[in-house]
Design a protein around this ligand. Structure first.
Ligand SMILES: C[S@@+](CC[C@H](N)C(=O)[O-])C[C@H]1O[C@@H](n2cnc3c(N)ncnc32)[C@H](O)[C@@H]1O
Length: 271
């Protein structure tokens, strides 16, 4: 089985996504969508951004590599009566069956960055987006102490065996030079790419930062693997402690809940 698919089907990202809804909606609002659009949400999970996009009236296709998340997304769409939203399985590295220039907007929020072949991903996003359309990506930033997930994955990787040779860190999608190089290779001039840092919030009124880290431990493929590896070396407690410290130090909630701001790179590509 494709290891990228196995990684994301291992857990249940819906448990984490539940704390991302507020910022997902805000991000969609900030896209300034006014006219009816055909939108692709790539690496859409269970619809953190796809659902609010559909609620704004866009015709939305969510594509994700994980079958469990596609199923969860289709269930959300059905429960909400959103007939203009469908989720399907697919790989951002090769969007087989998706026609050239068929979307006005291709959006990928912390999604396509996790696909293993970034140059192919950039080419595919450009290929399926209409001329005159745009691509929007949200990507975590490496070595930024305020980019929560990048810090969480950095701590986790110290407890995990080294990745296979040739592995390209997803975090490289948070670096200007790589973004420009990848879209450049897909035929997009540098002037058409804008990159700004923005903030995403993980928010829950009642789940504490400790509970939040437990959700990563139990439901988020990359951290589940780190805990398994750490367990084998008797270091699981050490990993857990470091992640708790991270979450507690970044938590801005004044009550029992969680409110963690996380810096990310927002990329806009005009085609
Ligand atoms: C961190 S989650 C973000 C999900 C969603 N965008 C959100 O904000 O809630 C990353 C998502 O990317 C998906 N993904 C990872 N690699 C992928 C690939 N090669 N093609 C499509 N989706 C992929 C995962 O299955 C997962 O749903």
């Amino acid at each position: 089985m494709n290891p990228n698919k196995a990684l994301w089907e291992k857990g249940d990202f819906t448990a984490i996504a539940a704390l991302m809804r507020q910022s997902g909606e805000a991000l969609v609002k900030s896209l300034g969508i006014t006219t009816p659009l055909r939108v692709l949400d790539l690496g859409c999970g269970d619809g953190t951004t796809a659902v609010p996009l559909a609620r704004l009236g866009a015709e939305v296709v969510g594509i994700d590599i994980a079958k469990n998340l596609v199923d969860a997304g289709n269930k959300r769409a059905a429960d909400l009566g959103l007939k203009n939203l469908t989720f399907q399985e697919g790989d951002a590295c090769n969007l087989q069956g998706v026609s050239d220039h068929s979307f006005d907007l291709t959006l990928s929020v912390f999604g396509a960055m996790f696909a293993p072949k970034p140059f192919d991903v950039a080419k595919e996003m450009v290929r399926v987006t209409k001329k005159g359309g745009r691509i929007e990506m949200g990507n975590w930033i490496p070595n930024d102490p305020t980019s929560f997930v990048s810090q969480l994955l950095k701590i986790s990787s110290a407890f995990t065996p080294p990745p296979p040779e040739g592995f390209i860190s997803p975090m490289t999608w948070g670096v200007d030079a790589h973004i420009i190089e990848r879209f450049g290779d897909a035929g997009v001039p540098k002037e058409n790419i804008s990159m700004v840092k923005d903030t995403f919030y993980f928010a829950s009124p009642d789940k504490s930062p400790t509970r939040f880290i437990e959700l990563f431990r139990d439901f988020y493929g990359p951290t589940m693997n780190a805990y398994e590896a750490a367990q084998k070396n008797g270091k699981a407690q050490d990993l857990h402690q470091q992640l708790l410290e991270l979450a507690n130090s970044q938590n801005k909630s004044k009550d029992a809940g969680t409110f963690i701001p996380a810096t990310y790179m927002r990329v806009t590509v005009s085609l």
